[in-house]
Design a protein around this ligand. Structure first.
Ligand SMILES: [Zn+2]
Length: 163
C-alpha cells in the first residue's frame, strides 16, 4: 500500500478525502476543517449576521448515569461535564447533551445548543429584535455562552469559543 499524502499540508497517513474530479488530490481532515472555517468566515463577511457553526440537541433526563449507559449501548462515546451533565458523541457531527432534568416531566420542552462564531453577535441581534436573552458570559469550560427561551419554554443555548 502506498502512503497517502495530503495535497495541502503534505502530512502522511492521515485520514483524507479525494477531490471528486481530481482523485489524485487527497485532502486530510485537518485541512478540510481549516477550509470549512475559512468558508464560514467568508460567508459571514459576505452575508452579514450570525452563522451557525454547529448545533446539538439537548435531552433532559431523570438519571444521567442510566442515560449514559443507554447511549453507550447505542454506540455513542460518552464524556462528562459533571455528574449532572454528559455528552454522547457519535462520529464528528453528532453530539447529544444529556442533562439532568430540573423539575417534573411536564416541564420538559425542546432544547438546542448552537455553536457560533460570536455569542455576543447573536445576543445583540436577538436583543435588537426585542427578544429576551440571558448572557452571554464567559464560562470556565472555555465557552462564552448565552441562552434564549421562546414563549413556550423551548430553550436555545448558544456559544462561541472563549478568546
Ligand atoms: Zn492536510
Amino acid at each position: 500500500m502506498t502512503a497517502v499524502i495530503c495535497s495541502s499540508c503534505s502530512k502522511r497517513d492521515k485520514p483524507t478525502v479525494q477531490l471528486h474530479d481530481h482523485r489524485e488530490i487527497q485532502i486530510c481532515f485537518d485541512c478540510l476543517g481549516w477550509m470549512n472555517a475559512k468558508r464560514n468566515r467568508q460567508m459571514m463577511a459576505h452575508d452579514g449576521g450570525w452563522k451557525v457553526g454547529g448545533f446539538e440537541p439537548i435531552f433532559t433526563l431523570e438519571d444521567v448515569a442510566r442515560s449514559v449507559d443507554h447511549y453507550a449501548k447505542m454506540g455513542f462515546e460518552i464524556s462528562f461535564h459533571d455528574e449532572t451533565y454528559a455528552f454522547a458523541h457519535r462520529d464528528r457531527d453528532l453530539t447529544i447533551h444529556l442533562t439532568k432534568r430540573v423539575g417534573d416531566i411536564q416541564s420538559v420542552v425542546g432544547s438546542l445548543y448552537i455553536h457560533c462564531e460570536s455569542a455576543d453577535e447573536v445576543a445583540d441581534e436577538w436583543r435588537k429584535a426585542g427578544l429576551e436573552v440571558i448572557g452571554p458570559k464567559d464560562e470556565d469550560y472555555g465557552k462564552r455562552e448565552g441562552s434564549h427561551t421562546d414563549p413556550d419554554g423551548n430553550l436555545t443555548g448558544f456559544s462561541s469559543p472563549l478568546r
